[in-house]
Every structure is written in structure tokens, then in C-alpha cells.
Design a protein around this ligand. Structure first.
Ligand code: ADP
Ligand code: ADP
Length: 228
């Protein structure tokens, strides 16, 4: 079934002579259980597209729907992992509390919230560090915490915006492998935007290639990895 449908999406910053078209008439769908990536040069409009999908930016025109429902505001069954983990975690909360944080607005008991946070930390290989604070962890570990926080809410769609661009190469490989494993285990639907073509091919089942600004799809490629 179709998880995400983007149709005729346009986004323009500013108005009149200073208007800048960031996304130009984009349409595509992502199927449930797919790990898709969107790759394109820096400045082509990837983040804008992802923010429109997340409901963080209201597109100038067009439509985004998640399993058939229009996305307006930040929907509950969607989670986003950003590049800048150092600004996305609360420094005054422990790792476990950070992961639990988005669950506060769910109708869940305290113990259920704790259990979910613990499970999410386990799935990213960080079960032992729940009582530490983010600043006590390496950059790669902090980004894992961000991923765990996104997973804890069990999103129907996980969006990732240049998620590994701020970590070293070795850590990036580990986090890419982790993302693939977690995605397979949970059958999650994941959409990653990146400027790194190698990363998109290594990571995903499908690569959507965007042109230079304004973003338009120039290729939609299945990526076949040999079975493990
Ligand atoms: P990418 O993620 O591919 O690097 P962005 O979506 O961040 O691209 O940006 C696409 C274009 O829109 C760029 O030219 C950028 O300068 C412009 N842009 C992004 N955000 C804003 C904004 N808030 N106001 C005006 N222009 C913006
Ligand atoms: P390692 O060789 O350290 O065990 P991995 O198991 O993560 O690394 O990767 C297996 C192979 O895939 C390595 O040769 C590595 O260079 C390559 N690889 C991993 N991630 C990427 C990537 N993003 N782009 C291109 N090649 C990659």
C-alpha cells in the first residue's frame, strides 16, 4: 500500500521579484515498508521538501498525504531525525528522558513510556547509557539517541534530513547499517534526504534523484543490493 503521496508540490520562499522557487511541481509516492532516499545537490530544495512532508513548512501549493490523510501540522505518526543532533537533544535531560520526551503527549502510562524508551535505546545499541546526559556521549552516540527518540514513538513514516552528515566516516557506516537493520526489523517506512549519492545507494531500496534548484525529479531508481 502507499504510505506517502506527494502530488504537485511547490514551495516558494518570499514573493515578487525576490521570490525563490525551492520545490517545483514534485510528485511521487513511497510504499509502506520502503527505505527510499532523495538525493540532490546542496541547495536544491531537499530540506524544504522534507519540511513540507513533515508539516513544518506549509507548501505554496500541492498536497502531501500520509496513508490517505492530508498532512497538516506535525502529525503524530511521523517522526523526523535532523542532521544537527547537538541541537536536537535537551542537554538538561538524561538520555532516557530525551527518548521518552515525545511520548509525553501520548496517552501512555509512565511505565509504558519507560519501556518504549528502553526498547528504542536497545534497538540502537545504547541500552546502557539511559542515565547519562547527551554531552557525555560522542557525536555518533548522540545521533543514535535522536534515532531512538524517533523510533520510540513508533512512527508510520520516519523522515531523516542529512542524518549522518555530521559524524565521521566510520560512524556514518555504522549508523547506515543500523538504519537498514532497524528498518527491516520494524518494517518501517523511511525517507532519507542526502546530498551524498554513495550514501543513498548504500542505504536505500530506491533513490529519487533531484535536479539543481528548483528541485525536480530527474530519476527514480530501484537499488538492488545482494541478499545478505
Ligand atoms: P537543500 O536541503 O537541498 O540544501 P534547501 O531546501 O535547504 O536545500 O534550500 C533550497 C533553496 O531555498 C536554497 O536556495 C535556499 O537558499 C533557499 N531557502 C531555504 N530556506 C529558505 C528560507 N527560509 N528563506 C528563503 N530561502 C530559503
Ligand atoms: P567495514 O568495512 O568497516 O566493515 P561496512 O561493513 O560498514 O564497513 O561496509 C562494508 C563495505 O561497504 C565497505 O567496503 C565500505 O567501504 C562500504 N560502504 C559502507 N558505507 C558506504 C557508503 N556510504 N558509501 C559507499 N560505500 C560504503
Amino acid at each position: 500500500s502507499t504510505m506517502l503521496e506527494v502530488s504537485g508540490l511547490n514551495h516558494r520562499y518570499g514573493a515578487g521579484e525576490k521570490a525563490h522557487v525551492a520545490v517545483n511541481d514534485l510528485s511521487f509516492t513511497v510504499e509502506t515498508g520502503q527505505l527510499a532516499s532523495i538525493v540532490g545537490p546542496s541547495g536544491c530544495g531537499k530540506s524544504t521538501l522534507l519540511r513540507c512532508i513533515a508539516g513544518l513548512v506549509k507548501p505554496t501549493s500541492g498536497r502531501v498525504s500520509l496513508h490517505g490523510d492530508d498532512v497538516s501540522g506535525v502529525p503524530e505518526d511521523l517522526a523526523v531525525v535532523f542532521q544537527d543532533y547537538s541541537r536536537s537533544l535537551f542537554p538538561w535531560l538524561s538520555v532516557a528522558k530525551n527518548v521518552e520526551f515525545p511520548l509525553r503527549w501520548r496517552n501512555l502510562s509512565r511505565s509504558e513510556r519507560r519501556t518504549r524508551a528502553q526498547e528504542a535505546l536497545e534497538s540502537v545499541g545504547l541500552s546502557g547509557v539511559g542515565s547519562k546526559f547527551p554531552w557525555q556521549l560522542s557525536g555518533g552516540m548522540q545521533q543514535r539517541v535522536s534515532i531512538a527518540r524517533a523510533l520510540a514513538s513508533r512512527p508510520a513514516l520516519l523522515l531523516m534530513d542529512e542524518p549522518f552528515a555530521s559524524v565521521d566516516a566510520q560512524t556514518r557506516f555504522e549508523l547506515e547499517d543500523l538504519t537498514r537493520r532497524v528498518q527491516r526489523e520494524n518494517g518501517s517506512t523511511v525517507l532519507v534526504v542526502t546530498h551524498d549519492i554513495d550514501e543513498s545507494v548504500y542505504l536505500s531500496d530506491r533513490v529519487l534523484v533531484l535536479s539543481k534548484s528548483p528541485a525536480t525529479i530527474v530519476a527514480d531508481l530501484p537499488v538492488g543490493l545482494p541478499a545478505e
